[in-house]
Design a protein around this ligand. Sequence first.
Ligand code: ADP
Length: 268
Amino acid sequence: MTYYVGIDVGSTTSKAVVLSDDGGVAAYSILRNSYNLAESGRKAFQMALDKKGLSDSDIAYIVATGYGRRTIDFQNEVEPEVICHARGTTKLIPTCRTIIDIGGQDSKVIELDEKGVRKFQMNDKCAAGTGRYLDKLAKGILEIEVEQLGELSLKSSSPISISSQCTVFAESEIITYLSRSEPVENIASGMHYSLARRVIQMGKAANIRFEKDIVFSGGVARNTGMVKAIEDLLGEQVIVPEEPQLTAALGVALMAMERCRNRQQAGG
Ligand code: ADP
């Protein structure tokens, strides 16, 4: 049996997807990165192989994507992220026309048509438009785990309004609300709307139309409060894949399979 692997070395997590010859997912892994991205990428790869009892020699082709794609040295090729997101997401949801992906340190909005990516906009400069915003405020100010933030925020019927454009100033604003005994669920909810608004505005500024079907991916899509905030602000339902962090790794695994077969056909 021949296997192909896609690896997405993100800024916060590394993901690997192993495809079998029939294009089915044989195994996958999601691993929180250490400071050493190369090591994390290798570990994610190894974890996925271990799940299926495979060794390096079972793998015919490896393609890597993500922020840290060039830190690892065992891949055959690298691919930019946006194309991999598009490929993986449309494999899962062929009717997808818009991808909103929010990861640990970047966010992207991608517009698709039948042929692929039409346009995209990305933020990897400002923490306030990424998962880091929620991570930092949840742990640093509200003293809860980010995984609890979504459920908490859903209890709110009156989200606070956060006007600051930057995480540091948002922190001061939230501390002021806390000192006035504002219920914590209203603060959590306000944080989600603030992040959702920023990501949607980024897309609209690039003339992205947010056409249906809209898929929300990345680790932040696991947060039910963020799903609600995005749906409320867009006035549309979004689709969250079962494993929202894996879409780019799936896309790049499909490319690994295709590249390997093309090479074999070309006799290379
Ligand atoms: P990247 O690809 O940029 O490395 P991911 O797409 O894996 O990042 O997303 C990581 C982000 O997702 C982090 O900010 C993390 O807090 C958030 N996240 C992951 N799982 C959850 C969860 N269960 N609930 C809320 N946030 C989550």
